[in-house]
Design a protein. Structure first.
Length: 326
């Protein structure tokens, strides 16, 4: 694709109005959400959706998430809002929960990867909501990064990956959540968790009034789950907290190594170290930016401390396993 001049503008009223005008003209715009930055196109414009795939280098069978300003926009996007979906919307919208439902004929196959279902959510970030209101229609948006890269949680990350490929990035500051939304198949009576997020399965079950189920073989494809994701250019190696605490990593002779950790570190420190103190949610917020910082520092092998695989930790471990996959 031909290079374009990419501008980065603070997400104020004038910049939002300009972004909406670009979207109406069929262009792509990156914008902040509470999870990660999204790469937006008009959801009802198949040509614009195809531009998203080209800009990202994204496989065409990987669906996009449709963002709406409110649940009042759902009849334009989905054929039926199930009772389960209504309960989850009441509990978590606006917020980091994506629902998979049967799509209307108006949603093009280019957005859904050719499937009869659509992934839809209502973001809570004020800039995203302002853009949706200014445009007056839904926006299809995956994460605003090159396919397979760590998701962008700051405008600078978007510019690093997509500069020269899109005309405008709305800068809304760092993303508050730092991990992509949870995705739930809400077509039936029980929620089927297709991708974990910062809303834990336990909270989803309570709101649904039914246990969360794992996806079966016939489950719909969910955005961001089929292909390798979240990987920096350096090799990612997952290590348990005990190896961080007891000094075992300090004896590793790996050249140009780095470490991202929570537990106190013992032993000889590698050249790149990022400690993220606090709870697992704080670790989630800093995860993708830490991967990108290690990459920029020239790290070849990055050791990343694991977290318990429950609650928000389930989403963190999902992303880490994908980043470490080879």
């Amino acid at each position: 694709m031909s290079p374009v001049r990419t501008r980065l503008l603070r997400a104020g009223p004038e910049a939002v109005a300009e972004a909406a005008a670009l979207l109406r003209a069929g262009a792509l715009v990156a914008f902040p959400t509470e999870t990660v930055y999204g790469l937006g196109a008009r959801a009802f414009d198949p040509a614009a959706a195809r531009r998203v795939y080209r800009a990202k280098g994204r496989p065409s069978d990987n669906p996009l998430i449709v963002h709406v300003a409110s649940s009042g926009d759902l009849p334009r996007v989905v054929r039926r809002v199930t009772p389960l979906a209504r309960r989850l919307i009441a509990a978590f919208w606006p917020g980091p929960l994506t629902l998979v439902l049967e799509k209307t004929a108006r949603v093009p196959a280019a957005v859904t990867g050719g499937r009869s279902t659509v992934a839809v959510r209502c973001p809570s970030h004020p800039a995203a909501r302002a853009l949706l209101r200014a445009l007056g229609e839904p926006i299809a948006a995956p994460s605003a990064n090159r396919s397979g890269r760590p998701s962008p949680t700051a405008a600078a990350h978007v510019r690093r990956d997509l500069g020269g490929r899109i005309p405008l990035i709305l800068d809304g500051g760092p993303c508050r959540r730092g991990l992509e939304s949870a995705i739930v198949d809400a077509r039936g009576r029980r929620p089927v968790l297709l991708r974990p997020g910062t809303i834990s399965p336990e909270r989803i079950a309570r709101a649904a009034g039914a246990p969360v189920e794992a996806p079966g073989r016939s489950a719909p494809a969910a955005p961001g789950t089929k292909h390798r994701h979240y990987a920096p250019t350096c090799r990612v190696v997952l290590v348990p907290p005990a190896l961080v605490r007891n000094g075992a990593l300090g004896r590793v002779k790996t050249p140009r190594a780095g470490l991202v950790h929570r537990a106190p570190f013992s032993g000889k420190r590698p050249s790149f170290v990022r400690r993220v103190p606090g709870d697992v949610s704080a670790y989630a917020r800093a995860l993708f930016s830490s991967l990108r910082e290690a990459e920029a520092a020239g790290v070849r092998t990055l050791y990343v401390e694991t977290v318990p695989d429950r609650g928000v930790g389930r989403a963190v471990m999902d992303r880490l396993r994908r980043a470490a996959a080879r």
